[in-house]
Design a protein around this ligand. Structure first.
Ligand SMILES: [Zn+2]
Length: 252
């Protein structure tokens, strides 16, 4: 028998996490990176051992607010009352990474056109330009095994990921993990841009080429661009101001 859940007693840390994640969903909607009512961005609730926030299933990203995000445990069970279901099949992959990788606090998964296109190309993602050079040697791949992961696929996902925190799910989409939400957002932003540029470049119909020295120099410079813990903060704040100018209802 299901136990009745109490209305959530929300800490300041949880409230801040809710606002940050709701803003992120609205930013993704603004950028056209949402997919009907599907896909996920999940965020660990600070200061709690086993609590995560995720989008209410059946709502579009543009309908997500700080208060309608659903608080769940690692198995996708609701921790607080919510009229919305959770797409547990979609969360199962996120939960695997949240469970096994303590440094992973935020996970973004999308089915964007550019991401899915790159995920379906034999050569995969290539370092061909300013943005994609940022990701040289940092991307893991996992072969397509179907819609939902089976228990034995979990071990293969973790093995394929290794020490990387960006994964291209072949024939499926992009997966980005971060120590913070702004860091994951920034990584995702440039990855998505790189995928879109790479598709456009391929449409030119000529072979792709980038000198190894350029990639190496870019990698070196990127690593010094922002101190640890600060990555993505200014970019995420700028995008939050932008969505605030459109519609502040995400703060509800
Ligand atoms: Zn997916």
């Amino acid at each position: 028998m299901a136990t009745a859940l109490k209305p959530a007693a929300i800490t300041t840390a949880e409230r801040q996490a809710r606002e940050q994640l709701a803003a992120c969903y609205r930013i993704f909607a603004h950028l056209g990176w949402d997919e009907l009512i599907y896909n996920h961005i999940s965020l660990r609730v600070p200061g709690e051992d086993n609590a995560f926030l995720i989008n209410p299933f059946t709502l579009m990203y543009e309908e997500v607010t700080a208060s309608n995000l659903v608080k769940i445990d690692i198995d996708g069970n609701k921790l607080a009352e919510s009229p919305y279901p959770v797409n547990r099949a979609g969360f199962v992959q996120h939960s695997l990474f949240h469970r096994l990788l303590p440094d992973v606090h935020c996970i973004i998964h999308t089915h964007t056109t550019a991401g899915m296109a790159i995920a379906s190309i034999e050569e995969g993602f290539q370092a061909t330009d300013f943005y994609s050079s940022m990701f040289a040697g940092q991307i893991a791949y996992h072969d397509f095994e179907g819609v939902t992961i089976h228990p034995e696929e979990g071990a293969r996902l973790i093995a394929d990921l290794g020490d990387k925190r960006i994964m291209i799910l072949r024939n499926h989409g992009l997966l980005v993990m971060g120590k913070t939400l702004p860091e994951a957002f920034q990584t995702y932003f440039f990855l998505e841009r790189a995928c879109a540029i790479q598709i456009a470049t391929r449409q030119a119909g000529t072979p792709l080429r980038v000198p190894d020295a350029v990639v190496a120099a870019h990698q070196r410079d990127v690593l010094t661009a922002a101190p640890e813990g600060m990555r993505g903060l200014a970019e995420f704040a700028a995008m939050t101001r932008l969505i605030d100018r459109k519609d502040k209802s995400w703060r509800d």
